[in-house]
Design a protein around this ligand. Structure first.
Ligand SMILES: [Fe+2]
Length: 134
């Protein structure tokens, strides 16, 4: 879907971070194209856990390296996302909600994350990377 298409406008100027973001854009596009009733949530949750573990660590290391001043607030957003993934995992495992409802919630939350975090918060450290040539 075009609305979840990564473009150079979203580049933070670091190849590894851009590659991570492209992966998340692709995952979100894949989820939105899929039938929510037939999404393999176990697989999606595993992919999100792997994504958060690798990507957030890389991004936080980079922000420290370039002396990004809003580091703490940014890390708090990452921690909230990690917690959200764990909540989804528990909700699914305990069958508190129907898989259809969980899939729908995951789709919406990821689309929101893309807009509110990647397109806004991550863009804020782009200038610091450019200045420091990280
Ligand atoms: Fe981030």
């Amino acid at each position: 879907m075009a609305e979840f298409q990564w473009s150079d406008d979203f580049s933070v100027g670091n190849a590894a971070i851009d590659a991570d973001h492209q992966g998340l854009f692709a995952l979100i596009a894949e989820l939105h194209a899929a039938d929510p009733a037939h999404i393999d949530l176990t697989e999606i949750i595993s992919r999100l856990e792997a994504y958060t573990a690798g990507h957030f660590a890389r991004e936080e290391e980079l922000m420290k390296k370039v002396g990004y001043p809003d580091f703490d607030a940014h890390v708090e957003e990452h921690e909230a996302f990690v917690e959200w993934v764990q909540t989804v995992k528990r909700t699914y495992r305990l069958a508190v909600e129907s898989p259809f409802h969980i899939s729908d919630t995951v789709n919406k939350h990821l689309a929101d994350w893309l807009v509110s975090h990647i397109m806004k918060e991550d863009m804020k450290y782009r200038d610091f990377i450019a200045i420091n040539k990280a």
